[in-house]
Design a protein around this ligand. Sequence first.
Ligand SMILES: Nc1ncnc2c1ncn2[C@@H]1O[C@H](COP(=O)(O)OP(=O)(O)OP(=O)(O)O)[C@@H](O)[C@H]1O
Ligand SMILES: [Mg+2]
Length: 414
Amino acid sequence: MMNDKLYMAIDVGTTKVCTLIARVSSNAELEVVGTGVAPSRGMKKGLVVDLGAMQESVRDSLKMASWDLDRELPKACVGVTGTHIISEHSSSSLNNGHGDQTISLKEKEQVIRQSHPKVAHDQELLHVIPQSYHVDDLQGIRNPVGLSGKKLVVESHAIIGEAASMDNVVRAVEGADISVGSMVLEPLASAEAVLTGDEKEMGVVLVDIGGGTTDIAIFSDGVMCNTSVLPVGGFQFTNDLVIAYGIPYHIAEDAKLQGGHALPDEVDAEEWVEVEGYDEGMPYRIRRRELCGTLSDRASELLRLILLKVREAGLDAMPPAGVVFTGGASNLPGWLELAGEFIPGPMRIAAPTGLLGLPEDLQSPTYSTSVGILLWGIRHPVEQESYGRQRRNESFKKGRHWLRWLSKFIGTKD
Ligand SMILES: Nc1ncnc2c1ncn2[C@@H]1O[C@H](COP(=O)(O)OP(=O)(O)OP(=O)(O)O)[C@@H](O)[C@H]1O
Ligand SMILES: [Mg+2]
């Protein structure tokens, strides 16, 4: 047990913060040994808007996940999302100078490194995902290592985020005295937890409908080739009820969870949804079919936006493996049936399963991203200095440089 390696994932979401700790034994057995879920305070649409509140939420979930572990906690892998995320195509080529030699792993790594796009000072490169390679005139190669040729080209998909937004997530975690080891784009993480290898090969659209955002990732030939983020999630569904019925947010949320359905015709026209308020007064009563009508309008709009994003990605038809929905808001009853009215082809709602030690209530679409971040951290180990410290050092250096310049300018010593 003491030789097992510990891994930690922190999913800083709009509605919840979920911390998962797992151990991997020397014979590669993975077991979840700590889980903690705390309500998220201080985040909107995937962005930290109140750092202090967010740090408290992270601390709460961490305390829950680690209370009976008497070992030092590892660095965390943390998820990133939000509409500040952009993706860019990049490519690079390398001349294999020594004639008709075979391409080595070193050259493959070098051409990938060269394809890293330059980002502005207020941006941060999150991932560079190689899509395919060309060796001389041969195109569409998955792995060029071992092939012979004079010229190697890589086509990559780069994911770039706003440095300040990512920094805020790092700070929220560091406030709980945890270092961030690596960061992962949330839909890329969710994919680790819920997509099969076949789906990724055939081509599939992964749609993660969370609290504040809907993250879309398209996979083809085994790799992610497009991502986008819509600023719509479960929060907006609930907020529509707040506006339509003039009720407080927590009442609307309860009403949605109790009686929500994406197809109003499926519910009894005479049925009422009743939610108790905090005080002794009368419960709030809403006709269930009306409530579902409001939710259905929002759901239909979201489905149209998803289709639009898929088209914007250059797909004129749904890929063969169709759509895989996940995320908390995909729990809305009737979701799949409604989606079928808008989107052709196969579709399913996915949850993370089959992980040793994962409590049953976490085997829900709500926790796909959390489990995915954990799996990503384990499958993509990075031996790097703490992400936060590295960044802070850089800005510290920049700050000192600026101070020196300033002191020269005003004639004082630094
Ligand atoms: N049965 C249900 N019916 C409808 N909505 C549901 C249901 N269960 C959960 N939700 C909604 O799912 C949302 C939370 O989803 P999730 O936990 O995936 O979000 P998050 O990770 O906190 O947010 P994000 O990833 O957007 O930052 C909430 O808005 C909640 O109302
Ligand atoms: Mg989420």
